[in-house]
Design a protein around this ligand. Structure first.
Ligand code: SAM
Length: 427
């Protein structure tokens, strides 16, 4: 349990620094957080750290435990890597497997003997996507073959594959010239918290929402308001962190099915997390023009254990007023995700009027408040007619967006500070 392992925590692009801050807040003496790379944070830690990260990280997509790394020019190289690794330390051949693959731009992995050709276009994509290149599916197959042959060489049976409900998930990541094999200790992705009853239109993933809440600068002592709440993801993530409800308290994890799983330690960590629960220290308000969305958001909040922490309303954002009086020293934060013109319609206004009218509402009625808006249009601040304090480049799945933050000052635009981009991709 005290052995140190190399870990990698993938996250939505643009949230790497926020994930580092979140990991450091865990204050585990055995967890060493490394410099982030594009779409994730490397670390070293014990299996207890693996449990803590899975239980508490709101921003990571998964916690991967590195099994091995090798130079890889051909799919046979990943076969040889998989064949050599000590899988029997972690699971038995009676358990079922699934292999997932991600690849960086430019990585290519033809069968031995075939000419290398560039097959990869998007930066990081998963094997479930419809346009996943055949060569990468083939690489996943070769990993599975290597794992099965490893057990055969030990005189044991071959594990079988179960794509729906595997006991063990293996993750292959192809860099430009190397291959990394990981055990996925999370199982289902961490953004699946277990509280989403219904989605509504265009919901944010929970870990992206949690990252935006953090980037907005809101703290649990401040008033939180999402006037375009949809399924309530932003308000629910804010409310769970205000109430100190660990994001992974109501779900299971892949590590629970791995050999040597310490159930007593895990129960102790969950118990300590439950003991942290408190009431939200400040108002959290969520509204939407669509009563159906308000009902969905409320149902989700109930499942997330924060229904009492959030005040829900049905309202047009164009009629919005500050929903609470700010106490001395308290800030007010609007954190929201207005409709993306190409994905979901703005209601109550023509699409091209929506952002200028919203900007006007913010400027005229929310002087002294802060606002953080996720928008797909990288120049949306022009349509809002507000000067951002920061523009964070973030990715909502494959869609590049901007999270603009504004310090709202009546009649006077805030000073522009600069654009924050994710760190460069690793060499
Ligand atoms: C992109 S969705 C928000 C998704 C949300 N962040 C989530 O994770 O589920 C935008 C929401 O704005 C709402 N909306 C559109 N026009 C509105 C208006 N004028 N006032 C209030 N809400 C509006 C839509 O009903 C929709 O739920």
């Amino acid at each position: 349990m005290s052995d140190q392992h190399s870990l990698f925590l993938p996250c939505p692009r643009g949230l790497e620094a926020s994930l580092v801050a979140e990991m450091e807040q865990l204050a585990s003496p055995t967890l060493q957080v490394r410099e982030p790379v594009a779409s994730g944070v490397p670390a070293r830690g014990t299996l207890a750290d693996v449990m803590l990260l899975n239980l508490h990280s709101r921003i990571a997509s998964r916690v991967l435990l590195r099994m091995g790394r090798a130079a890889a020019a051909h799919a046979d190289d990943v076969y040889r890597l998989a064949l050599a690794l000590p899988w029997e330390r972690w699971f038995t051949p009676q358990q079922t497997l699934r292999v997932d693959v991600t690849a960086e731009r430019g990585s290519t992995l033809p069968p031995q003997g075939a000419a290398a050709r560039p097959v990869w276009r998007s930066s990081v994509e998963s094997a479930q996507s419809a346009n996943f290149p055949d060569s990468l599916l083939f690489a996943a197959l070769r990993v599975k073959d290597g794992v099965c042959d490893h057990f055969r060489r030990l005189g044991q049976e071959r594990p079988s594959v179960d794509r729906q409900n595997p006991d063990v998930r293996i993750h292959l990541h192809l860099g430009a010239a190397d291959a990394l094999l990981y055990l996925d200790t999370s199982g289902e992705a961490l953004f699946k918290r277990g509280w989403r009853a219904e989605h509504g239109e265009a919901p944010l993933k929970e870990n992206l929402a949690a990252g935006l809440v953090r980037l907005s600068g809101w703290t649990p002592q401040d008033v939180f308001f999402d006037p375009l709440c949809g399924a309530g993801t932003l308000a629910i993530e804010a409310a769970q962190s205000a109430c100190r409800i660990a994001s992974g308290l109501n779900r299971t994890f892949g590590f629970e099915r791995l050999a040597g799983f310490d159930a007593a330690l895990w129960e102790g960590l969950r118990e300590a997390a439950r003991a942290m629960h408190r009431d939200a220290p400040a108002p959290i308000i969520a509204s939407d023009i669509d009563p159906r969305m308000v009902a969905i958001a409320q149902a989700n909040a109930r499942l997330a254990g924060v229904e009492d922490a959030i005040e829900f309303k049905q309202a047009d954002v164009m009629d919005a007023q500050p929903p609470a009086v700010l106490a001395a020293g308290q800030a007010g934060h609007i954190v929201t995700n207005p409709p993306y013109a190409e994905r979901i319609e703005a209601k109550g206004s023509e699409a091209d009027e929506f952002l200028p009218r919203l900007g006007d509402v913010l400027k005229r009625r929310f002087a002294g408040w802060h606002a953080g808006l996720l928008l797909a249009d990288v120049h949306a601040d022009r349509a809002l007619r507000l000067k951002p304090t920061r523009r964070h480049v973030v990715y909502n799945g494959p869609i590049e967006g901007r999270f603009f933050t504004f310090a709202l000052v009546a009649g006077r635009p805030a000073r522009r500070i600069g654009e924050v981009t994710p760190p460069a991709e690793p060499a």
